[in-house]
Design a binder for this molecule. Structure first.
Ligand code: FA5
Length: 361
């Protein structure tokens, strides 16, 4: 019998180990003995008695080590003993799970026991944000749009200037920006609108695209704000697009996404890259429009900014502003998920709490 195995009957004091390295060596020796014994056990009963002896509930090596070493270790040694204990027995349990389904490992004619239950692997689900994107993209794909993606690290030219937001323009203040210290001249995009420019630079009209992606702003987290959030940009440019197409597309999308009964409204707004501009709100599902913490007492939740493409933008991409018209929109995807799934606080989307995520398989 190995030295380490014999010691499992002793208390921690009696082991005579005095450092983290000694403890770790002791557990290594113990694991080696277990692995040797497991390798020589035959499938079936022998393997089961190995399991009971090493990993069983009562008077197994594991329970003795827990009782004698872990519980009786001095307070300052408990941290290393606990870490080595967990590592050693986790490894042994994993190896045992694999070993017991290996055919003929013992060199005998014993083979796999097909009546044993299989190893159940937990299956993940798509995150609620991914599900929301899939639903939005499905609606726009059905209208003939294509999905394109672009970089999260951008230059001020694409994020601002080519969108008709020159330096010192007050609109830059609304999007408090993360500039990259390690890469001067670059920033984390504050919206997905730079992809309007990147797409029009590469593609001749007509254009019909949607752009899903993460965006970043120095916003303080609250029920409807996060410093990293998700947008979906839309852009349609052609020779005969009118404001009616714009309004009809947005209203169609909202009806498909939320159902016909959701109350919505357009508000006049301002974006340098659209003219005229609008913001689109939905009535707050939490208070039925009366006013609450989530909607900041307004009764409405802002879902996206939009408008007809400002002809000045066409000048940056070599499009003929006299011939072309178009509209663009930037949807706040987290806010959409919030309303659709009744989330009182946007932060639950970023906390990775499996209990929350499992509710949306
Ligand atoms: C924009 O970002 C414009 N690029 C949208 C646009 C595109 C307008 C194309 C015209 C044409 P705005 O800053 O309003 O606009 O953000 C758009 C949406 O993102 C908001 O309506 C809101 O739903 C969401 N949003 C904004 N800031 C945050 C935040 N900190 N956390 C979560 N969602 C946010």
């Amino acid at each position: 019998m190995s030295d380490a195995l014999e010691k499992t009957n002793l208390t921690f004091d009696a082991l005579g180990v005095s450092s983290e390295t000694d403890v770790s060596a002791l557990f290594d020796a113990l694991l080696r003995s277990a692995e040797e014994e497991m390798a020589s056990a035959k499938m079936g009963e022998e393997l089961e008695s190995f399991r009971v002896r090493w990993l069983g509930r009562n008077n197994s090596v594991k329970s003795r080590v827990q009782e004698n070493w872990l519980k009786r270790a001095a307070p300052d040694a408990k941290k290393w003993v606990g870490a080595s204990f967990n590592a050693c027995f986790r490894k042994l349990e994993e190896d045992f799970a694999v070993h017991k389904v290996k055919p003929a490992v013992t060199g005998t004619s014993d083979c796999m026991d097909l009546s044993l239950p299989g190893v159940v692997r937990p299956i993940g689900t798509r995150h609620l944000i991914r599900q929301t994107y899939d639903e939005i993209e499905r609606i726009f794909l059905s209208l003939g749009y294509t999905v394109v993606e672009g970089p999260e690290i951008e230059t001020p030219y694409y994020n601002f200037e080519a969108l008709n937001i020159p330096e010192h323009h007050p609109a830059r203040d609304n999007m408090d920006t993360f500039y990259l210290e390690s890469a001067p001249g670059y920033l984390l995009r504050t919206h997905t609108s730079p992809m309007q420019i990147r797409t029009m630079e590469k593609q001749k009209p007509p254009v019909r695209i949607v752009v899903p992606g993460k965006v970043y702003r120095r916003d303080n987290p609250d029920a409807t704000h996060s410093f990293m959030f998700h947008q979906l940009e839309g852009l349609a440019v052609d020779e005969d697009i009118t404001f009616c197409d714009f309004k009809g597309t947005i209203e169609y999308f909202v009806r498909e996404f939320f159902g016909a009964s959701t109350k919505t409204r357009f508000r006049p707004s301002y974006f340098p890259f659209t003219e005229p501009s609008a913001e689109f709100d939905a009535s707050c599902v939490f208070c039925g429009g009366k006013g609450c913490r989530t909607c900041k007492q307004s009764g409405w939740i802002e879902l996206f900014g939009a408008g007809m493409v400002n002809p000045a933008v066409y000048g940056f991409v070599g499009y003929d502003a006299k011939k072309l018209n178009g509209f663009a929109f930037g949807i706040g995807v987290d806010r959409l998920a919030m309303l659709k799934y009744g989330l009182g606080d946007i932060q639950v989307l970023f906390q990775n709490d499996a209990r929350f995520l499992r509710q949306f398989p």
